[in-house]
Design a protein around this ligand. Structure first.
Ligand code: GLU
Length: 283
């Protein structure tokens, strides 16, 4: 478990103002890899294609770029996995997953993987499996610059409206503090109500809020008092144990060879300091 102090440390701003986060050098694609017959890895390798769900509206993690493909840390994690399956970037079909449709998209086979600021938890583990975690965030609050309501944490929201996304852990967690919650399907939709004063805060993971603040320079600030732990996992079909083990191996290798850190630096690293990667959990 990462401590609250470590979370705050991980969230420290780099002071770098270049937000033109793009992608890393193309990951070297594994050649001549072979996988046991009948595995998901063998099927994907044979097809030379993979479908990955990610967010399309979250700067730093998954944001649709001008060329129609998404950019961000989650996107880079997806590319690392595809490369180890012998699939190059042109073989990745990116699909937008919002918070509420991640489990059904995996269950229905609409996607092979979800890499989308997706918290690993026991409720979700009943219907999908998770590799990772590959990052740990914490839920926080976004307010107008200058924090006009003086909000220091979720306890200050009892008599105020807050905006978040349906189907997220953020929605479930904030319900403990206020019933005055407006929900939408994507966090970017919460910025209008925050600007207009219809809500006093937007709540979700600190790193998502940091990306939105950076994208709208000067308008918003993150309270920076995380009050939950959100370990990000890679969602896949329930009980595909071999595929999960393979992805966990890819993650651990990326921690060792520096490709995880390079992926961070090329994306979220434009705004956030490079954290230590969390230990994967082979549950
Ligand atoms: N990490 C949280 C979740 O998976 C909040 C962010 C999101 O909705 O993607 O629910």
């Amino acid at each position: 478990m990462i401590s609250a102090i470590a979370l705050v440390g991980a969230f420290a701003l780099t002071g770098c103002t270049d937000s033109g986060a793009g992608s890393t050098e193309e990951a070297p694609v594994a050649e001549d890899v072979t996988f046991d017959e009948g595995t998901t890895m063998a099927a994907l390798n044979e097809a030379g294609e993979i479908t990955i769900g990610t967010k399309f509206d979250q700067p730093l993690f998954g944001l649709l770029g001008p060329d129609g493909t998404p950019v961000g840390f989650d996107v880079e994690i997806g590319k690392l996995i595809a490369a180890e399956l012998g699939i190059d970037e042109s073989g990745i079909n990116w699909v937008e997953t919002v918070s509420a449709n991640r489990e059904p998209f995996i269950q229905n086979g609409d996607v092979d993987l979800v890499v989308a600021t997706y918290t690993i938890n026991d409720t979700r583990k009943e219907v999908v499996s998770f590799a990772g975690p590959y990052y740990q965030a914490g839920q926080d609050l976004l307010v107008l610059t200058g924090n006009p309501d003086g909000i220091t944490g979720p306890e200050d929201l009892a008599d105020k409206a807050v905006c978040t996304v349906s189907g997220s852990t953020s929605e479930a967690n904030i319900a403990e503090y206020t019933t005055n919650v407006i929900t939408t399907d994507a966090y970017s939709n919460c910025l209008g109500p925050l600007r207009s004063g219809d809500v006093a805060a937007v709540t979700t993971d600190n790193v998502i809020l940091a990306g939105l603040a950076d994208q709208n320079a000067g308008e918003f600030e993150v309270v920076d008092a995380p009050f939950t732990e959100e370990p990000y996992g890679i969602g896949l079909a329930l009980d595909d144990t071999e595929f999960r083990g393979f992805i966990n191996d890819v993650l651990e290798a990326s921690y060792e060879d520096g490709s995880w850190a390079s992926a961070w630096e090329a994306t979220a690293g434009s705004v956030l300091e490079t954290p230590e990667p969390p230990a994967v959990d082979r549950y």
